[in-house]
Design a protein around this ligand. Structure first.
Ligand code: HAM
Length: 426
């Protein structure tokens, strides 16, 4: 029988790497708390139409990459439904905002999430079919200031702080504005016209996009199409005065806060809900999949899925990519237990468990060996997983003086049991 393996595009995360995942999540939670964000946990699957209406039928995500199935009715009271594993979390957050009438509070909602997302993409380094995002959204009624460019700048400044605190050196913030829905419609017309004479030389996807959604042509990664795309009109020239002023205000706040950025006219992002500010933080160490995170403003998303007007802005970081970047930047320190307790003989096992319990309750991390091990084997095992070995035999139990060896320094000490915790913490 063939051995079973994790499904293509999915993987197991094992210790010690999971320690890095936990550190990233703990840092993110701590930073979010300082900016007064609260956590939301939405379901991992949703009604398919949420993504079709929210993210957009024409996007790669919805048209090619979703894990969708028909969930058959189990009772007369139930309906057969099309369900989808969430490919992203913004649509789910906005659905929850509408469902729980969070707009009624009159306050800005500042919420974050950490969890798995699913897209049937071609797996490669930094691109998986199950991946994890750490994201945040700020949304609310216009009266709460949700449209203000200060919200955009604050979110970007928070991201710069978070990446710095994670130790991600060398990130680049790329920024653009895709304008209002009207600006985009105007730009789409301009692009459609500009594409007519050249689209015949482009890839089949672009030929289709040129008709259905010309903006998506800018996402094209086919090398031969790039020189043509470089010459197309830029969206900045299609923005109306209000959108231009909004973008300028975002840039001046970033300048005042000292957050560096570069402008990228082609950054239209692969999801249809964006309006005005769009951005990505990239890192050169990631290779082809160089986006650490992406996000932007989505002033019409709530209405697109049947809710009240609730402008918002947010982002999602690819946690897998944060891990890859940190691994490339530093030799990630392997964590070892404070001590390994080696009982000498099986009759010492109960006393060894009692000692381990005491030390662990005092906050130390402890591995417990086994009295059936020879001393040599205990030493070899301990050296791999702990910083020190504590020997517990008849003599030690009687005298209350334990033998402790520190592997890094090679020193051996006699430590009275009452002083053991302080010694191991030192
Ligand atoms: P997105 O650009 O589709 O945006 O994804 C955000 C980030 O998730 C990407 O920059 C990347 O780091 C990571 N990511 C995406 N797909 C994969 C994959 N297959 N494997 C590994 N990592 C991946 C969104 O999802 C929006 N919901 C962001 C947002 C929030 N916009 C407004 N609010």
């Amino acid at each position: 029988m063939a051995t079973l393996k994790a499904v293509r595009g999915t993987r197991d995360l094992l210790p010690p790497e999971t320690a890095l995942w936990n550190r990233i999540e703990a840092t993110a939670r701590a930073v979010f708390a300082r900016y007064n964000f609260g956590e939301i946990r939405t379901p991992i699957f949703e009604d398919t139409s949420l993504f079709a209406r929210g993210v957009g039928e024409e996007t790669d995500i919805v048209s090619k990459e979703m894990y969708t199935w028909e969930d058959r009715a189990r009772a007369q009271s139930e309906k057969t439904q099309m369900l989808t594993l969430r490919p992203e979390n913004t649509a789910g957050v906005v659905r929850a905002y509408i469902e729980h009438q969070l707009g009624e509070t009159g306050q800005l909602q500042k919420i974050y999430y950490i969890g798995p997302q699913f897209r049937r993409e071609r797996p490669q380094k930094g691109r998986y079919r199950q991946f994890s995002q750490i994201g945040a959204e700020v949304l609310g009624p216009t009266s709460a200031g949700s449209e203000s460019p200060l919200r955009d700048a604050e979110v970007l400044e928070m991201l710069a702080t978070l990446l710095d605190e994670l130790g991600i050196k060398g990130w680049v913030l790329e920024l653009n504005s895709v304008g209002s829905a009207a600006d985009r419609a105007r730009y789409n017309d301009t692009l459609r016209a500009a594409l007519v004479p050249v689209v015949g030389q482009m890839c089949v996807d672009c030929q289709r996009r040129a008709v259905t959604n010309p903006l998506r042509v800018l996402d094209c990664k086919v090398p031969a199409d790039q020189p043509i795309i470089e010459k197309l009109p830029v969206i900045a020239d299609s923005l109306d005065e209000a959108s231009k002023a909004h973008f300028d205000a975002v840039l001046s706040s970033l300048d005042a806060a000292g957050v560096p950025y570069t402008r990228n006219h082609r950054l239209v992002r692969g999801l249809d809900y964006y309006t005005r500010t769009t951005f990505e933080f990239t890192h050169s160490g990631l290779g082809a999949q160089n986006a650490l995170l992406g996000g932007g403003r989505y002033d019409g998303l709530s209405e697109a899925i049947g809710g009240p007007k609730a402008p918002g802005i947010g982002f999602a970081m690819g946690e897998d990519r944060l891990v890859l970047t940190l691994q490339a930047l530093e030799a990630v320190a392997q964590t070892k237990a404070d001590a390994f307790i080696a009982p000498l003989g099986e009759n010492m096992n109960p006393a060894a468990l009692a000692l381990a319990r005491e030390l662990r309750r005092d906050g130390l991390s402890v591995d417990l060996g086994d009295g059936s091990f020879r001393l040599k084997k205990s030493f070899e095992t301990a050296d791999k997983t702990a910083r020190r070995i504590v020997i517990l035999g008849e003599d030690e139990l009687q005298s209350g003086i334990l033998t402790v060896k520190d592997f890094a320094s090679g020193t051996q000490s006699k430590v009275p049991r009452g002083e053991l915790v302080a010694f191991l913490k030192g």
